[in-house]
Design a protein around this ligand. Structure first.
Ligand SMILES: [Zn+2]
Length: 319
């Protein structure tokens, strides 16, 4: 436990210091704030280009074939669990529950770890994951416990992918706390069980459900748009003249700042230099942009009359 925390702290510190190096000449130190807990996992997944593995469908031994309350093939969303079993891989959990479910009276649709997503029950039918109210509504997926930050990030990417893919498979919208829920929420709503996973386990890794929802939302939108979890048609190096002249180019700019909840905006003065705006954009939000210009080695995307966000904090997708 203690050593895990130390690794996480050093990971966050390295992200923060990378930020200082890139941003300091342009913005001074004002933007460099304490790194928010929980931001490192999604950033790590993006920075290391981690991709989810595919879902392995491997029908298990659970021989009950009950529909949800709305019928067979009509789940209302996905419920996230965590196994609370150190060192048990998805493979190990699958074989354990395939043997023991009649005794344990517990079975879920899928187990996810850093390397695998194993689906062991056709998700058209309900399982016994969290008490009758939850079982009648939700697909149940268990996140396995892992030991390193890298494994955790990979397991989260796989879990988010499973959730997004299942919502899409059943034509469900992505609505946090409604179509994507936790066992803890089920306990609070219905009191069928006393379990409060996965929040405590996520917190051990400085992660939480709002961060997880960000990732699921990203995967969901991208999968719907392109069939892949990757962002659509990223323009890696838009050609923007160095002389500061304005290029009209419409698209979406999505902002992220590992050092802060907000992403700073600048205004351009008449002489082409920048002035800090006292407004910012919420981390993770996406904005329409119609103009781009270059200044001091960076491309800026216009998001309002004279408010611009730097490429350091944003990714642009052209239309
Ligand atoms: Zn649970």
């Amino acid at each position: 436990m203690f050593s895990k925390k130390r690794i996480i702290v050093s990971t966050i510190a390295s992200i923060a210091f990378a930020g200082v190096g890139v941003f300091s000449s342009q913005f001074g130190t004002t933007c460099i704030q304490e790194v928010q807990a929980g931001s490192w996992v999604n950033q790590y997944i993006a920075n290391n280009n981690i991709k989810p593995v595919g879902i392995e469908n491997r029908e298990g031994t659970f021989n009950r074939w009950s529909g949800y309350r709305n019928g067979v093939g009509r789940p209302e969303g996905v419920m996230i669990h965590e196994t609370a079993t150190p060192n048990a891989t998805a493979e190990a959990e699958v074989s354990y529950f395939n043997r023991k479910w009649p005794v344990l009276q517990t079975y879920v649709h899928a187990f996810v770890d850093a390397n695998k997503i194993i689906n062991i029950k056709n998700t058209d039918f309900l399982v016994w994951g969290a008490g009758p109210n939850a079982n009648q509504r939700y697909i149940q997926v268990e996140l396995c416990n892992v030991n390193t930050p890298d494994q955790f990030a990979r397991s989260i990417s796989n879990d988010a992918y499973y959730a997004a893919a299942k919502l899409i498979q059943y034509g469900l919208p992505f609505v946090p706390d409604k179509t994507l829920v936790t066992h803890k929420q089920a306990t609070n709503w219905w009191h069928d069980t006393t379990h409060v996973d996965p929040d405590g386990y996520l917190a051990k890794w400085d992660y939480d459900m709002s961060q997880f929802n960000e990732l699921v939302g990203k995967y969901y939108n991208n999968l719907k748009a392109t069939g892949s979890v990757d962002d659509a048609v990223v323009d890696p190096a838009p050609v923007v003249p160095e002389d500061g002249s304005i290029v009209k180019r419409e698209g979406k700019v999505t902002v992220a700042n590992p050092g802060s909840f907000a992403v700073p905006l600048v205004a351009f003065r008449d002489d082409g230099t920048t002035a800090d705006s006292n407004r910012g954009l919420a981390k993770g939000s996406a904005w329409y942009t119609d103009q781009q210009r270059s200044f001091d080695g960076h491309v800026y995307y216009r998001v309002s009359t004279n408010e611009w966000v730097a490429d350091t904090y944003s990714s642009f997708v052209g239309w």
